[in-house]
Design a protein around this ligand. Structure first.
Ligand SMILES: Cc1ncc(COP(=O)(O)O)c(C=O)c1O
Length: 288
């Protein structure tokens, strides 16, 4: 594990946040999960742009700007040495008064952890994962906009807990209208009638970098793509269902609420999964 924090590399023992940090007290902050291959971060520009957009939306001033965050990530990744892995970039509102008022906070707290992350056991990548519909729902856009990748992940953690308690690998979160938003920390795709469908961002999905990449790859293959609301019916009657995310990669789904999905071959999934791995390899090598 390698950690960069507030200006330089630190040991895990030195990497401490104040109990007055509003990231800890109120989940007031933002984060990005980054995929490392060939010693480089895959699509770092898109991750930083998403974080900058989030900062704008929550009024979090980044005094040293995105360039500083880029340097922090580069330093941590280089110091780590392992050419592949996962990095977590976190920007909190910083240390402030005990009350919720963000105006009391000084400089944001910034840290980047480089490590490994395993979201699903390797055998699930072929066997597929089991999903259940979570009891908690994704908050509406005007309550806590899911397009902002904030430190408020209680909702996601509760969905995951729900899944675990019910013997599943992950959970689907519905939005207030009852259609599928996404999984706990991944976007959802369904292949129906040779068309690749995923919920629109306005249904409560994060603008996932892996989601974007998969949509681009599908278009490159000439596979029709559609952003469309998906209900339980659309998922369980789909030919293929899979999740996408930086941590998860592309993972096939075996069951939803105990019902088997997609009895046939995972041909679209296999194509996109292979192409995604090549894309990560090529992009990170080209960036070197
Ligand atoms: C709620 C949520 N949805 C989707 C994703 C997938 O996004 P990305 O592909 O950018 O990792 C994540 C990633 O952490 C997430 O937290």
């Amino acid at each position: 594990m390698t950690i960069w924090m507030n200006g330089g590399l630190v040991t895990p023992e030195q990497a401490r946040v104040s109990v007055y940090d509003h990231g800890l007290l109120y989940g007031d902050g933002l984060f990005e999960g980054l995929r490392i291959a060939n010693g480089r971060v895959f699509r770092l520009d898109l991750h930083l742009a998403r974080l900058a957009q989030g900062a704008l939306l929550i009024g979090l001033d980044l005094p040293d700007g995105i360039a500083d965050l880029r340097r922090a990530v580069a330093t941590a990744v280089a110091a780590h040495g392992d050419p592949s892995g996962y990095a977590r970039l976190v920007v909190t509102r910083g240390e402030g008064a005990l009350g919720v008022d963000p105006a009391t906070c000084g400089r944001p707290t910034v840290f980047c952890i480089v490590d490994r992350l395993t979201l699903f056991p390797p055998e699930k990548r072929t066997a597929g994962i089991d999903l259940v519909t979570a009891r908690v729902r994704r908050p509406p856009l005007d309550v806590l906009d899911p397009r902002v990748k904030s430190l408020n992940y209680l909702n996601n953690a509760l969905a995951k807990l729900d899944a675990r308690r019910r013997g599943a690998d992950d959970a689907l979160l519905l939005n207030a209208h009852g259609t599928i938003a996404e999984a706990a920390v991944a976007n959802v795709f369904a292949v129906r009638d040779d068309e690749l469908c995923t919920p629109p961002l306005t249904d409560g999905a994060l603008d996932g970098i892996t989601r974007r990449t998969v949509l681009e790859l599908a278009r490159g293959f000439g596979i029709p793509t559609r952003e469309a609301s998906l209900g339980h019916y659309e998922l369980v009657s789909a030919d293929e269902v899979f999740l996408t995310g930086t941590g998860a990669g592309l993972v096939p789904v075996r069951t939803v609420d105990g019902m088997r999905v997609g009895q046939g071959p995972l041909s679209v999934f296999e194509r996109l999964s292979g192409a995604y791995q090549i894309r990560v390899e090529e992009d990170t090598r080209a960036a070197a």
